[in-house]
Design a protein around this ligand. Structure first.
Ligand code: ACO
Length: 326
């Protein structure tokens, strides 16, 4: 059998801000309650960046943790892709800030923006670079400080989001291409820009010369979320020639416990195989999936050989899924 190239996960890392904000604390700021937030979303607390903590600093810490976990030197990396909608600056890219902080001077580094689907887009993009043979090892990072684009007087959005970063190291390896062999096996990405008004930020460099605040029609997002993510997940199953039973771990975007449960139920994935971190992290947008991966690897749930499905849906709308043999 002629070997093919596959992108293998070598390491995982995460970084969270120092400060935890509980639902009770938010209830002092806006007209809400711990009971409402938990019942509607499953969120109990979130981390919020403080002075000196930025998307780039969190991304760098997550990257360092992933490299330590992989047992690799920074010089091994020749591609950095950062998924974020909350960069430190309009430019340069967070990825180049991470690159400089790690002392890397070779290879390519760029940001990618697909809001909450950013990490899934970044995994699929890096996978295509690695399988083409152009690059050998990639840091794929999801990093956000959504606290800085929230309207803290809007209870319908400010209770939902948190800050953080997660990273994986992907490495191009020869593979026999079998389903049992490690690496990214399938990925599906989608977008439909007609849904812009349901989830957007009302500012930006070219339109308003401001940063703006997140605006969301939560009910409308909810209405589309389950159908969209289950569609791309089924696409990945079809590409890989497997069914939902084959999955060891389902690691969905952590937006809302009810969306996670409904998606798992629609796919027939038992809740015992679903990694949930929304209770402690809130919705960290592009950071949510790699943060959840880091938690489940650290606590020993995700092990080498496991089949892991990641998925997300977010502003745009964008949505996507990827099937990875660990
Ligand atoms: N505390 C108390 N009451 C609240 C709060 C709050 N924080 N927020 C809204 N309410 C009120 C509303 O005003 C409304 O009151 P009314 O009935 O008097 O008008 C009532 O609660 C019900 O509001 P709904 O919006 O109908 O509540 P719903 O059950 O839909 O839950 C939620 C809202 C949690 C936002 C849900 O719709 C949701 O999770 N949507 C999806 C969000 C999502 O997945 N985003 C992912 C993508 S994010 C990204 O890409 C950046």
């Amino acid at each position: 059998m002629t070997p093919i190239l596959r992108s293998r996960v070598r390491g995982v890392g995460a970084a969270l801000p120092a400060r935890v904000v509980t639902n009770a604390e938010l209830a002092h700021r806006v007209d809400t309650s711990d009971a409402w937030i938990q019942q509607r979303t499953g969120i109990k607390q979130r981390y919020v960046a403080g002075d000196g903590e930025t998307t780039a600093s969190l991304a760098t810490k997550a990257a360092e943790a992933a490299l330590r976990h992989a047992g690799l030197e920074t010089s091994a990396i020749d591609l950095i892709v950062v998924a974020t909608s909350t960069p430190d600056y309009t430019f340069p890219a967070v990825a180049t800030q991470v690159q400089a902080s790690l002392g890397i001077v070779d290879g390519a580094a760029f940001d990618l923006q697909a809001v909450c689907t950013g990490f899934v887009y970044a995994v699929a993009t890096a996978d295509k670079f690695l399988r083409s043979g152009s690059n050998k090892r990639a840091l794929v990072i999801g990093a956000e400080t959504f606290s800085r684009i929230l309207d803290w007087s809007d209870r319908t959005t400010c209770v939902l989001f948190g800050d953080g970063a997660g990273a994986i190291v992907l490495e191009a390896c020869e593979s026999d291409g079998l389903i049992a062999s490690p690496g990214v096996i399938a990925s599906r990405l989608r977008a439909d820009g007609r849904h812009r008004a349901k989830l957007f930020v009302d500012g930006g460099p070219s339109a308003t010369m401001t940063v703006g605040h997140l605006r969301m029609e939560g009910k409308e997002v909810f209405r589309h979320a389950v159908g969209m993510v289950t569609d791309v997940i089924k696409g990945c199953f079809a590409d890989a020639g497997v069914t939902a039973d084959a999955i060891d771990w389902f690691v969905p975007h952590q937006a809302n416990r009810r969306i996670i449960d409904a998606s798992a139920d629609k796919l027939g994935i038992p809740h015992s195989k679903v990694v949930v971190t929304v209770d402690r992290h809130g919705n960290t947008s592009a950071a949510s999936v790699p943060l959840a991966l880091a938690v489940a690897v650290e606590d020993g749930r995700i092990k080498p050989g496991d089949l892991v499905m990641i998925e997300a849906m977010g502003g745009g709308f964008t949505w996507g899924a990827a099937l990875i043999r660990w």
